[in-house]
Design a protein. Sequence first.
Length: 401
Amino acid sequence: MAEWLGISHFLDLSTGEAIAGFFTPLGVFVLVFLLQIILPARKVPGYVVDPDTGQPRQYRLNGLLVFLVLLTIWAFELFGMPRDWFYRSTVYAVAGGTVFSSIFMILAVYTQPKREGGTPIMDFWKGRVHEMSLFNNRFDVKMYLYVVGGSMLSLNALSASVWHYQEYGDASNPGIFIYSALFSLYILDYFIFERAMLYTFDLIHEGLGFKLFWGGLVIYGWMFTMPLWGMAAWPHPDFSWQGLWIANEESGHALSVESGFTHESTVFWLFGTAGLFVIGWSISRFSSLQKYTFKRWPERRFLGFIEPEFIDAGERKILCSGFWGIARHFGYMGEMMLAIAVAFMFGYPGNLWAWTYAIFIISMVLFRQVDDDRCCAEKYGSENWTRYRKKVKYRIIPGIY
């Protein structure tokens, strides 16, 4: 099965290495926990109101510093761990990460009182509380999940690039390196603007259940790099069909489709996919930053020229200009564009591994925008939300959907 899937290279570990791979996520979880507690941080108010004080919750933000420390440890192999280890141990790490994140989830959920009207399934999936902090608000669980997930997304991608180059050398696929570089910059950007995360759907509405624990620690950290599980095992797509068949039969990697690239098409492929990624990333990022700016400074023009038009919903306001006047969830279109760019980035668009991220992201946003609309109707009032829907007709893709 593993050979047919093209991931037999993950099963080359010895028994000792497999056990180490299983416990690798636990080591990461503990290390990030200690770094977040120990390293200096800036303390800022968020959007969520603390019911005990009636004031915005306070958060310690040091994600950028934690990420840079983890990147340094990985790059210089400070703990003796090879730079390709995260990639090679992927299968066992996902198994271990699932077990340990489940244990953390059980502790977070079942130590809390039952919710009124809650069911066992919903308690498991969405948790019993929305917020949880420890050590006098020095450690926030939600922010911890995203620091671990974001950091490991980058480190897993970089680790795959190291493994790929060691396997193929001059025949390496540049798409692998572009993928790793772009996602690392994507995560760096996220940590630079970490405060904007405090104004997102997850921090405001999601509960601390299995969905968020497993999603933040394992899905985000390890499984968002699923395209690399299969594609890092492929060389540069300029190889001939016959050459690929021989090379992959010898290495035990599954063959996908014929791919023959000229020099010109290679340049177009690399710059085109990278460009589409950056455009999608920009749409997603600027959409989030515009809403963040509006919530903190309602009268301020975004980027210096986009006027903050809104629908008055009593104590709240619905932003309906700029990116939020193009479509109700325009940022999701950016995420979809980014995901499609990933599918073409490796030069093997016929290989399903290349599409795993796109399939997940597109499916997620299509379902999530329905939940977003429901939450917003409750938050702003159905009449006000209906006014916004009439003003901004499209959900995600302007003129289409």
